[in-house]
Design a protein around this ligand. Structure first.
Ligand SMILES: Nc1nc2c(ncn2[C@@H]2O[C@H](COP(=O)(O)OP(=O)(O)OP(=O)(O)O)[C@@H](O)[C@H]2O)c(=O)[nH]1
Ligand SMILES: [Mg+2]
Length: 249
């Protein structure tokens, strides 16, 4: 089944200490064709992000700040953004990082790909490798992580760990029924795995990824450990569920 380009578009950005980036990112997103509503989920960043968001929101009703009291991880931030987007009546929701690793100009292409998919993943790895400014060791880590989760979970995507995505509303409603256990970046894999198991259609759209220029990485040992363990927990949980539900193709 195909559908028209989504009407009410919402972009969700998880951000922690990204004020310098948000200063430029928010206007770039608000200016996109499709006039999206922009939800920024900040965890009360000490760098002044909450005040910056208030300033934007004072003059721009399409900017919706969602400030949580403390840092609770990427996954739960995006999930909170999804809930707000559904409340706002979104037909489709895109996610991207705040640090310009994902080019806001690519957002319309991701939304457009929802005409014949439920989830469109901005992929660094289909049809070649497109990453700017990564040390080779970081590239190997990312390629390994993708191979790792593909092997454990049977996902056919080339880039299951990309946070640059678009989801149809129906996909987010399915996620509402699922219990998402990841707090950090393994959220990205968990979401795809659950949607795949529920029979939703996943597709990939080529994007160019650039290493952040401003601000600091939030990668931590805890987050990496969760990313290593979570696929196994999902797979083992999935085996149990698999007795009742139809297994993925
Ligand atoms: N609200 C919120 N946002 C977060 C949290 N952790 C990460 N983020 C945001 O999630 C996005 C991805 O995090 P990054 O630190 O860029 O992760 P990364 O791209 O793997 O690492 P770098 O290559 O160093 O940028 C960024 O917009 C972060 O600000 C968190 O605990 N809470
Ligand atoms: Mg980043």
């Amino acid at each position: 089944m195909t559908m028209q380009a989504p009407e009410k578009q919402v972009v969700v950005v998880a951000a922690y200490n990204e004020a310098a980036n948000l200063e430029r990112l928010v206007p770039a997103l608000l200016g996109l064709p499709g006039a999206p509503t922009v939800v920024i989920v900040d965890d009360n960043s000490p760098d002044g992000t909450p005040a910056l968001l208030e300033r934007f929101a004072a003059t721009e009703p399409r900017l919706v700040p969602l400030v949580r009291p403390a840092k609770e991880g990427y996954g739960t931030a995006v999930l909170a953004g999804f809930r707000r987007a559904l409340e706002l009546g979104a037909d489709a929701v895109a996610t991207l990082d705040a640090d310009f690793s994902h080019d806001p100009a690519d957002v319309p292409r991701l939304f457009a790909a929802l005409t014949d998919a439920d989830v469109a993943v901005g992929s660094r790895y289909i049809g070649g490798i497109r990453i700017i400014n990564w040390h080779i060791s970081r590239l190997f880590l990312s390629l390994f992580a993708n191979r790792y989760v593909k092997t454990i979970l049977g996902l056919r995507l080339e880039d299951a760990t990309s946070g640059f995505r678009a989801y149809r509303r129906a996909a987010l409603e399915v996620l509402e029924e699922e219990t998402i256990r990841s707090q950090g970046y393994s959220f990205l894999v968990e979401v795809l795995y659950r949607l795949h198991r529920r029979g939703l259609r996943l597709t990939e759209v080529p994007i160019i990824y650039s290493e952040r220029r401003e601000g600091q990485s939030k990668m931590s040992r805890k987050v990496i450990l969760e990313a290593m363990v979570r696929p196994w927990l999902l797979r083992l949980g999935g085996l149990r569920v698999g007795r009742r539900a139809a297994p993925p193709r």
